[in-house]
Design a protein around this ligand. Structure first.
Ligand SMILES: C[S@@+](CC[C@H](N)C(=O)[O-])C[C@H]1O[C@@H](n2cnc3c(N)ncnc32)[C@H](O)[C@@H]1O
Length: 384
């Protein structure tokens, strides 16, 4: 059985974008699975298919050579092999082993935390292959345990249940992960996402280069940037709205022998407004908010929210101060992100120099054909 798509769907696949939406599928099987895709022009590739999902077709090979399941598992194997050297160098580090479409294994995320794997399956076509996927993972990467953290809300769009279950051995509640000169505890079972935000790893390490008196880590999660900043700054405040995450921020500070991190539970918008009101000043501020734009229709509102926090941060910084600011929403494109920052600088009446434009870590690969894979923007800016 094959999937047949419209000329518009075919044009996307010919441009090597892997998704075809429901409205561009002319006919296909009744149940989810791995199938060849074709149009009147011939075969376009091999895909994960789910007739109930809005993203009905997710291509993992742009030819029809090979048996679909074997090709998919080979893509997985190659993704794991690309990370092997990094794991061998730092076995107790944190890495993304599989970055879904970015690794041509659509809808699959696998993160590695010091020898423990956390898997997220986001397609009903992939779910029945969980044991085959686990076998390949086991064969390629030495893992002490593997957990399926299938509790992401997007699974309901695929008609999949939300569940968390161990796939290999007994999974610990948490593990310590090393990141350059610091270590932090990852809550595997209940932490946000798969337990941590590995995409910012290299950006966190990069900020170790800065020194000063006061730093602010806003949207800190479990003290992530703060732990690195506490080595070069006298006082660091870690701000987040999650009391649970901040409790771990304090434990993480203690685990690193750091006594200069102050956790602060607050809504970042209110906190920054209050700081401005009381005339506070800082040498460095990190802003790493959650994705404000979850869909295209949110972009305008999200733009205003990003601008508000960046404008306030620019006002709070001393001359020569550093703003390290991020957006993880792929709906806010890189040009829009920098336009928003330029408007914030103008409205704050500050001259702002771009020190460095950065992005997500190397283990979150970007496909030029798939703009959605480039989601993280990270700017290091200097207030002149
Ligand atoms: C993208 S994560 C930050 C990741 C973190 N910087 C890291 O490197 O691990 C966003 C964080 O913002 C927090 N958060 C969400 N909305 C917030 C708000 N309005 N005020 C403060 N924190 C918020 C979440 O609890 C989460 O920890």
């Amino acid at each position: 059985m094959k999937i047949r798509v419209t000329p518009r769907g075919a044009a996307r696949l010919l441009a090597h974008h892997p998704w075809v939406y429901k409205s561009d599928v002319l006919e296909g099987p009744n149940s989810p699975g791995l199938y060849p895709v074709q149009s009147t022009k011939g075969v376009l590739g091999l895909a994960l298919y789910n007739p109930v999902s809005e993203i009905t077709v997710r291509v993992f090979s742009f030819t029809d050579a090979g048996r679909p399941q074997e090709v998919l598992l080979e893509n997985l194997r190659k993704a794991l092999q690309r990370r092997k050297a990094a794991i061998a160098q730092e076995p107790v580090g944190g890495y993304r082993l599989v970055h879904a479409e970015g690794d041509l294994v659509p809808a699959l995320v696998l993160d590695y935390y010091a020898g423990h794997g956390v898997l997220q399956v986001g397609s009903a076509a992939l779910e029945p292959l969980t044991s085959e996927l686990t076998e390949v993972i086991r064969a390629e990467i030495p893992l002490q345990s593997l957990l399926a953290r299938n509790d992401q809300k997007s699974r309901s769009l695929e008609g999949l249940p939300l569940q968390i279950k161990p796939l290999l051995s007994q999974v610990p509640d948490s593990v310590m992960v090393r990141e350059a000169s610091i270590q932090y505890r990852v809550d595997l079972q209940e932490g946000q996402k798969t337990g941590a935000f590995i995409d910012q790893r290299d950006n966190r390490i990069r900020l170790q280069a800065f020194k000063g008196k006061t730093a602010l880590d806003v949207f800190s999660y479990h003290g992530s940037f703060a732990l690195h900043l506490a080595q070069g700054f006298e006082q660091v405040m870690a701000v987040d709205s999650s009391a649970v995450a901040l409790r771990r921020a304090l434990e993480n500070a203690q685990a690193n022998g750091l006594t200069n991190i102050t956790p602060k539970e607050a809504n970042a918008f209110e906190f920054l407004r209050e700081e401005e009101k009381r005339g506070a000043h800082y040498d460095l501020i990190v802003l790493d908010p959650p994705a404000f734009a979850k869909g295209k229709r949110d972009v305008e509102r999200a733009y205003a929210a990003y601008k508000e926090i960046n404008l306030r941060a620019m006002k709070l910084l001393l001359s020569g101060g550093i703003l390290a600011t991020a957006s993880c929403s792929h709906h806010l494109s890189e040009p829009l992100f920098y336009q928003m920052l330029a408007e914030a600088a103008a409205d704050a009446h500050r001259t702002v120099r771009v020190v460095e434009k950065r992005s997500q870590g190397w283990d979150h690969p970007v496909l030029l054909n798939v703009p959605e894979t480039h989601y993280l923007k990270f700017a290091i800016l200097e207030i002149v």
